[in-house]
Design a protein around this ligand. Structure first.
Ligand code: SER
Length: 250
């Protein structure tokens, strides 16, 4: 699949499930003094998540251009870019974990035809609900790993909507020659250093909280879903390349 087909497959899948397609917003967020750039697909939707404005529809999907400065030290490796496109589906007080997880799995395994046994899942340490949904779908226990806030909690900046997340990784094959964990059969997503075996392709954020400047968190008026999947990474996997720079995006 080339990138045009990946974009269209994603958008078709979610519009068929009641999502309204919203165009990519400006890279400079409007009316948001907390962010300099649009670094994620959810940025234009912050007022909806915060209950400050009504969304055009409770279910939306986008292919959002993103400029992410927080990853700048990683740019130039096999999977990080400054400017990239993020495929995303969003629910503002509509569906929640069950559908967000189920649809991501369905699109990856049926739409994009990724082998089920190559998909690994991360969840927030205490998120038994997400764990049970993934187990119900058939993901074996050993491929679901729990991580602390550092890995599995998503913040839209120092201030703003946030929540625990669940990430989907593609296993690109063990690297016993260069990775001790691979050699010992213990390599998992989020390994340090990153040996390149696992590529994160989708982040599902269960966005229910708001973090204030002093770090305190309060509940948002509604339970929301914010997901993001890097188009170039998806292309890298679907085109069987080692690096995003080898995809047809470039
Ligand atoms: N906001 C999350 C991210 O950028 C999911 O879309 O990864």
């Amino acid at each position: 699949m080339n990138v045009d087909e990946i974009r269209e497959t994603f958008i078709r899948f979610y519009t068929e499930r009641g999502h309204v397609r919203i165009p990519s917003a400006s890279l400079v967020p409007h009316g948001d003094p907390t962010l300099l750039f649009t670094g994620a697909g959810m940025v234009p939707f912050k007022p909806y998540f915060m209950g400050l404005a009504e969304p055009p529809a409770p279910r939306m999907c986008t292919v959002q251009k993103c400029f992410r400065t927080t990853d700048i030290d990683e740019v130039g490796d096999y999977s990080h870019l400054t400017l990239f496109e993020m495929l995303g589906n969003f629910s503002v007080g509509d569906y929640f974990k069950e559908e967000a997880i189920g649809w991501a799995w369905e699109l990856l395994t049926e739409g994009f035809k990724l082998p089920k046994d190559k998909l690994w899942i991360s969840i927030f340490l205490t998120d038994d609900e997400a764990h049970d949904i993934w187990r119900g779908i058939g993901v074996p226990e050993e491929r679901i790993n729990r991580y602390p806030e550092e890995n599995n909690y998503w913040f839209s900046g120092d201030v703003g909507p946030c929540g625990p997340n669940s990430e989907i990784f593609v296993d690109r094959g063990s690297r016993p020659d260069t990775c001790n964990e691979c050699r010992d059969g213990k390599c998992k997503p989020n390994g340090e250093p990153d040996c390149g075996r696992f590529l994160e392709v989708w982040n599902l954020v269960f966005m229910t909280l708001y973090q204030a400047e002093d770090g305190s968190r309060t509940e948002l008026p509604r339970k929301n879903i914010d997901t993001g999947s890097g188009l170039e990474r998806m292309a890298c996997i679907l085109q069987g390349k080692d690096s995003i720079y080898e995809t047809d995006v470039f």
